[in-house]
Each structure stands twice: as structure tokens, then as C-alpha cells.
Design a protein around this ligand. Structure first.
Ligand code: IMP
Ligand code: MG
Length: 178
């Protein structure tokens, strides 16, 4: 048997807490857009669980797509450089665009996405919604339009967030003591 020595995870937000907050975010969006179509762009890979759970609660017509970016190298440190692995997007001109991310940390990824989308399309509206906001680490002057939870400067895993590919499957969010 293959036994991996994975570090211990300290829980932060339970499955219930996360799902409740996601419903609140969805309700806000449902109230704001009413029956207007929205284009939800989910940022792979970290936001995949948040993205799929959020769209289930949206009641307007939803067009969902995915882009894949990478900013963290391996391990605990953000590289600060954002790489577009796959940024093929549908025509977003005159669309309500909602970008769904796992976490906003330094802000470089959020800035990259905003610059890319708003530089290539004349969108009707634009929102950036990460599940988590690690404000204390911000290096770029950018803030989410709506987000799930504030977090301190900790290395977060679970519910899409990974350490070298592990822990994405957890239904809760926790941190690893570094
Ligand atoms: P930023 O560009 O520094 O804002 O970082 C955003 C990206 O870094 C996110 O999409 C995550 O993939 C990754 N990231 C930032 N903080 C963490 C963390 O605590 N755990 C896992 N991934 C993180
Ligand atoms: Mg990510």
C-alpha cells in the first residue's frame, strides 16, 4: 500500500458553513440579475468545486465556461507570475460576466483576468467572486465584488484548494501549519 505522509489539516469552514454562504451569494446574484443571462467563468483548477456548487443555485439563464490559470508553483509559495494555461473564452461582448475563483491572495490573478476580459470584450457587467479573501497578502489594488469568507495569512487547502494536487476533494476548508 502507498502511504503518503500528508500534513495535518486544521479545519476552518465546515461543509455546512460553506454551502450556506454559497446559497447567500447565489441569492444576491439572483436578486441582482433577476432573469438576465449571466456568463459564469470558473477559474480552474481551484474554483471548480465552488463554481459547480454556486451555479446550481442560480435561477437566471447561465452560460458556464472555464479558464485555466496557474500562479502557484509547487508547494506553499505564490510565484506572483500568472500563466494562462487555457484562456479560450466565448464572445463576452455585452454579457454579464461573473468570474468565480477559489481565493484572492496577492491579487495578481484577479488583475490578470480583469485586464484580459475587459481588454478583449466590452462586457455589460463584470464581477469577480472568490470563495476566500486573504486581504493581508494583497500586493495589487484590487478587491472582489462579492466573496465567501475572509481568511488570515494561512496556507489553505480543501474544497478545490490544493497542496501539490492533494486535498481538492475535501468538502471543507482548512489550513496547514507551515
Ligand atoms: P493571487 O494571484 O496571489 O491572488 O493568487 C491566487 C491563486 O493562488 C489562487 O487562484 C490559488 O490557486 C492560489 N492560492 C493562493 N493562496 C492559496 C492558499 O492558501 N492555498 C492554495 N492555493 C492558494
Ligand atoms: Mg486558483
Amino acid at each position: 500500500m502507498n502511504t503518503l505522509a500528508l500534513p495535518e489539516i486544521k479545519p476552518l469552514f465546515t461543509e455546512n458553513t460553506i454551502q450556506k454562504r454559497i446559497k447567500e451569494i447565489a441569492e444576491e446574484l439572483n436578486n441582482e440579475y433577476k432573469n438576465e443571462e449571466v456568463f459564469v467563468i470558473c477559474v480552474l483548477r481551484g474554483a471548480v468545486l465552488f463554481g459547480v456548487d454556486l451555479v446550481k443555485h442560480l435561477t437566471m439563464p447561465v452560460n458556464m465556461d472555464f479558464i485555466r490559470l496557474s500562479s502557484y508553483g509547487s508547494g506553499y509559495a505564490s510565484s506572483g507570475k500568472v500563466k494562462a494555461v487555457d484562456i479560450a473564452l466565448p464572445d463576452l461582448n455585452d454579457k454579464n460576466v461573473i468570474v468565480v475563483e477559489d481565493i484572492i491572495d496577492t491579487g495578481y490573478t484577479a488583475q490578470f483576468i480583469s485586464t484580459f476580459i475587459n481588454g478583449n470584450f466590452k462586457v455589460k457587467s463584470y464581477k469577480f467572486i472568490p470563495l476566500l479573501d486573504k486581504k493581508c497578502r494583497r500586493e495589487v489594488d484590487i478587491n472582489p465584488d462579492l466573496y465567501g469568507f475572509d481568511i488570515d495569512d494561512k496556507f489553505i487547502v480543501g474544497y478545490g484548494l490544493d497542496l501539490d494536487g492533494y486535498y481538492r476533494n475535501l468538502n471543507y476548508v482548512g489550513y496547514i501549519e507551515t
